[in-house]
Write a protein that binds this ligand. Structure first.
Ligand code: 5AD
Ligand code: FES
Length: 347
């Protein structure tokens, strides 16, 4: 077996580590080895993206969802969730405010809500692209037919986020009801990539029942798919779900995985997520210092913010978009990196 430093060096030299070494890398760390890992991750990220941190404006346009994932606060069985939908006009208003604040990427995220038919999504996407041809549009609206994905792409959607949640079949079944399958999730991701989207997969760190072996499968799946983006954040329990009493994911483990992903896939766009900022007051800054290079502040109207509660204690739900941008600018400057107004495409 290698020692801690040898593993990190091997990864930094883009060597593929065997499974037992990856497990050791994930589980056997000290504060010193983590600091060395983060330093290597920062070097890797700077070699590709320099000091830039890209911002994406997140528009949470519906919290209706037909799915019932056991971890999620807007699952269809979460009776406490007060449901809302934004109109096309409201979405365009969010983009207008966001454009003025410097956003050049809009992420439309929502539950799997049948109200938003292909026609409605097409109209929203083309509406945004018409008004803001210099901006990227990212969709994060779950599993759809390949034909729908193709139509959205033709209408101008540039990117698609669809977390795989866990790359282990058995673990996937413990997080989701039987009608959802990892096989179908992976098929969607492959379709999206083939169609030409910049694609993001991802998973929760510390989800109930997660083992180091599962995380190794996540890393192997990422390496196989070669996505442009990887969204990871700690699992945070939501009181109105079957996982209400489960422990939240750990800060150190999440940071370690961010750094490992950065070293394995140096070109990937890697957000320091809101969930990471929720479990630690400086979580997002720590994420940036572990190799992340994207932040996704909220552009949703203030009156719906608190209703898009995927997990308890979510940060920034009371703040105006403009405040979040200022706040993030300061936070990122404190790390020595720089928040930039740019589409921030994959390099
Ligand atoms: N804790 C952390 N992340 C969550 N997500 C959903 N519920 C939770 C939770 N309780 C994540 C999922 C989903 C993304 C939109 O939010 O990974 O893909
Ligand atoms: Fe939203 Fe700091 S980023 S308040």
């Amino acid at each position: 077996m290698m020692d801690r430093k040898q593993r990190i060096d091997a990864l930094a030299n883009e060597q593929i580590l065997p499974e037992e070494e990856l497990i050791a890398l994930i589980t056997d760390a000290t504060p010193e080895s983590d600091e060395y890992l983060f330093e290597q991750a920062r070097k890797a990220r700077e070699a590709v993206y320099g000091k830039a941190v890209y911002m994406r404006g997140l528009i949470e346009f519906t919290n209706y969802c037909k799915n019932d994932c056991y971890y999620c606060g807007i699952r269809r069985s979460a009776m406490g969730a007060e449901r809302y939908r934004l109109s096309e006009e409201q979405i365009l208003d969010c983009c207008e405010a966001g454009y003025g604040l410097g956003f050049r990427t809009f992420v439309l995220q929502g539950g799997e809500d049948g109200y938003y038919t292909d026609e409605r999504i097409l109209s929203i996407v083309s509406g945004i692209k018409e008004k803001y041809p210099d901006c990227a549009v990212t969709l994060s609206i779950g599993e759809r037919e390949r034909d729908s994905y193709e139509a959205f792409f033709k209408a101008g959607a540039d990117r698609y986020l669809l977390r795989h949640e866990t790359a282990d079949e058995a673990h996937y079944r413990t997080l989701h009801p039987p009608e959802l399958s990892l096989t179908h999730r992976k098929q969607c991701l492959r379709d999206l990539k083939e169609i030409g989207y910049q694609v993001g997969c991802g998973f929760m760190v510390g989800s109930p029942g997660q083992k180091a072996e599962h995380l190794v499968k996540d890393l192997q799946f990422i390496h196989e798919l070669q996505p442009h983006m990887v969204g990871i954040g700690p699992f945070v329990p939501h009181h109105d779900t079957p996982f209400a009493e489960e422990a939240q994911g750990g800060l150190e483990l999440t940071l370690r995985l961010l750094a490992i992903i950065r070293l394995m896939e140096p070109h990937v766009l890697l957000p320091a997520t809101t969930a990471l900022g929720t479990i630690d007051p400086r979580g997002r800054e720590k994420g940036i210092l572990a190799g992340a290079n994207v932040v996704m502040p909220n552009l949703s109207p203030q009156d719906v913010r608190k209703k898009y509660m995927l997990y308890d204690n979510k940060i920034c739900t009371g703040d105006e978009a403009a405040e979040c941008v200022k706040c993030l600018e300061r936070r990122i400057a404190s790390t020595g990196y720089e928040l930039v107004c740019d589409r921030g495409d994959y390099r």
